[in-house]
Each structure stands twice: as C-alpha cells, then as structure tokens.
Design a protein around this ligand. Structure first.
Ligand SMILES: [Zn+2]
Length: 406
C-alpha cells in the first residue's frame, strides 16, 4: 500500500498505512474496547473518535516542527507512521541550521501539542461553567481524548531520550552552549533509558522496557562508535601519513606499515576506516611482492567495501602467478562474491586445481563457463586444467555444459 498524501497548510503530509494501525490500536486502548470482533463492532464510534484524536494530535505536533522550519526558510515535509510522526527537511550543507534554530524547531512540536491540549481544557471548562457545553457523549469523549493525547504526547516527547524531541532539545541546547551536544545528549539518553528500565521493573509495564531497549540501545551503540573513533584516530592518521611516505619512496617503512595495518584492521570496528587502511595495506603488500599478505588485506575489507577494480584484477593476477593456492582460492571466492564477475570464479577453479580438489574446481569451472568467462575448448587447451580434463569428472562436466546450452 502506498502512503496517502495530503496537503496541510501547504506542507506535503504522507500517511503510511501503519499509521492507521497505530491510531486504531490507541483508539481501542483508550475506549477500553475488548480485543474481540463483537467488542469492536459495538465500540466503533468511540474507536473512531479516539483514532481521529490521535491523528489530529500527532499532526498538530508535526505542524509545530514544520512551521518552525518554514520560519527559517525551509520547506519541510511530514510523515505519519506506525511510531508517530516525523518532519524532515532537505538542507544544503551551507544552510545547515545552527543550534538555536534546531532548539526552536524541536520545541515547537511539543509546544504546539501542549498549547492545543491546554486550549481545549480552557474551552471545555469555560463552556461548561457557562452551561454552554452540549450534552453529547461522543463530543465529550473527543474533547477528553484530545486533551489527554495532546498533553500526554507532548510530555512523553520531552523526555530527554534520543530520538525523542527531548533528546534533540538537550543536543541543541548543549551545542548552543558551545559543547559537544551530541555526546551529552547520548549520555543523557542512556540515563533516561535506565530510568525507563527501572520504571518497567517496578510497574511491570512492558512498554517502558521496549522504549528503553529500542532508544537506549541506539544511543549506547552510537556512543561506543564515537569512543572507538576517538581511540583509533591517532593510529589511523599515522598510518595514512606513513602510507604517503611509502608512496613517495620510503620503502623502509613498508614492513612496519603492514604489521600496523594488520593490527589496526583486526581491532578497529569502524568499517570506513578499516576499509581505507585495508586497501592501503593491499597496495603496499602488492608493491613489495607479498601477494599472500595482499590477499589477507583484501579479505579484511569489511562487508560492502570494494577495492578499486584495477587493483582487484592485479591482485588476482599476482596470486595466480605467485600466490599460495589457499590465498588464491579465498581471494577469488571473495572477489566473485563482491563483483559477481565470472572471471574470478575461473580464478577460483584454478586455485582449487592447485589444492587438488578436482570436484570443487569442476563446480567453479561450470559456473565460470555459465558466466561466459571461458568455454570448454579453452579449458581443454589450458595446461592447468589438464588433470581435470583427463579425469572421469570431465565427461560429466561436458554433459552439464551441453544441458546448459539447451
Ligand atoms: Zn516531535
């Protein structure tokens, strides 16, 4: 299902299907509807009323953020989803909002919600005192729902726990004071999460535990990454400097560089830095003619990181002429997985010929032929595959290639 799109005050508002689920569930909880078919149909009116109140309350909250963004010259959009809402803007680098603007934008959401909730309190109280409040149970239900949801949602959002508004407010305020706002906000979030855990333990309410683990977990992970970065940065920079010196001709540093790079890539948990150093290590090792070591560096690349293509081709070519069969096989396997290039499967087949694993080699060879990297004629005339061509496996392989061609 595609999100529904509305236009409110000239802001695009997208409503994900999961949002209706949220509205419905909250509607059922507020109207004390039993979770059975009969209970639901008897209670459709109140569920609908509460669902509408959820929609309006979250929308007003997001409109608060959106109007504040507009005030600073941005064009935000609003998304309502199964966990609430989000207002986002696309900001060019040179127009990044400062901490003061971010603080205003953040506070505007709960501010609007609180103002709406309190106005409805004032309105209903005033009208009832004057005897003007109509005697309509559904209208009273709706007013009560608007009051509770608006005030409740605003207060909940001001808990200093990222990614709630309260967490962002701490971040912006501390940054405004010239300190590392992100780090302080993360630590405050961890404390808040601990508070939620304590609440969950004393009240037995799983909702609090869920909030603590979901949001607190994110903060703990981000903090861990930032401390690792602080710890690893000096060595990372030193390795980059040494790499430059080696490229400029200081060959004496190469051995020490490879050892330090091996150490760095085995303990750094920042994928980008690990990838940068692993590629440098590959380069240094290849230039020293240490091809197995270059293969090891290649295998240290984190998931999703690719070395430059020319470098990878050179590595496989070097391994083919000078590498150990084991390093050659592992590198070919990884190169194929990374690029999907059948030529690396052919390398894998060669490597397995060298380790004497004919069945493995035949399997990879079949894949390489299927991928168009070679053909039966070429294989038959390739010395390296001679033991395979003269074995029993060869006839089976030819039969499979013929099947493939049909
Ligand atoms: Zn908000």
């Amino acid at each position: 299902m595609k999100p529904l799109q509305l236009n409110v005050l000239n802001f695009p508002v997208y409503i994900a299907p999961t949002f209706w689920l949220l509205a419905g569930v909250i509607g059922m909880l507020y109207s004390n509807t039993p979770m059975t078919g009969a209970g639901i149909s008897a209670n459709l009116g109140p569920i609908f009323i509460y669902g509408v109140a959820v929609f309006l309350s979250i929308l007003v909250h997001e409109l608060g953020h959106a109007l504040a963004w507009r005030r600073y010259g941005h064009a935000p959009q609003i998304l309502l989803h199964g966990m609430g809402g989000r207002t986002s803007v696309q900001v060019a680098r040179d127009r990044m909002p400062g901490p003061k603007q971010r603080l205003v934008v953040t506070l505007a959401g709960p501010g609007f919600g609180l103002a709406l909730g309190l106005s409805i309190v004032g309105l209903t109280q005033g009208l009832s005192m004057m005897g003007l409040w109509p005697d309509m149970p559904l209208l009273s239900d709706f007013a009560m729902a608007m009051i509770w949801i608006n005030i409740g949602w605003s207060i909940f959002n001001m808990v200093p726990l990222l990614p709630l508004d309260g967490g962002h407010a701490v971040e912006a305020a501390v940054s405004w004071a010239g300190k590392d706002g992100r780090k302080v906000a993360l630590w405050v979030s961890v404390l808040s999460a601990a508070g939620f855990l304590a609440l969950a333990a004393t009240s037995g309410d799983l909702f609090f535990a869920l909030i603590a683990f979901m949001f607190g977990g994110q903060s703990v992970r981000e903090l861990a990454t930032s401390y690792q970065a602080t710890r690893d940065k000096p060595l990372f920079q030193e390795l980059q400097r040494d790499f430059e010196l080696i490229r400029l001709g200081d060959a004496q540093k190469a051995d020490a560089f490879r050892a330090a790079a091996r150490d760095f890539t085995s303990r750094s948990s920042l994928p980008q830095w690990t990838a940068t150093i692993a590629v440098m290590w590959m380069d240094v090792a290849m230039n020293q003619g240490e091809v197995d070591d270059a293969a090891e560096a290649f295998l240290r690349l984190p998931q999703g990181a690719n070395p430059p293509e020319a470098m990878l081709r050179r590595l496989l070519a070097d391994l083919r002429s000078d590498g150990s069969p084991d390093a050659y096989a592992k590198a070919a396997d990884r190169a194929h997985a990374l690029t999907g290039d059948a030529r690396y499967t052919l390398d894998g087949a060669r490597a397995h010929m060298r380790t004497g694993e004919l069945a493995e080699a035949a399997g990879l060879l079949l894949e390489a032929i299927e991928g168009g990297a070679t053909n039966l004629w070429q294989v038959e005339h390739d010395e390296e595959f001679e033991p395979l061509v003269s074995s029993d496996v060869w006839e089976e392989l030819k039969a499979e290639v013929r099947d493939m061609a049909r």
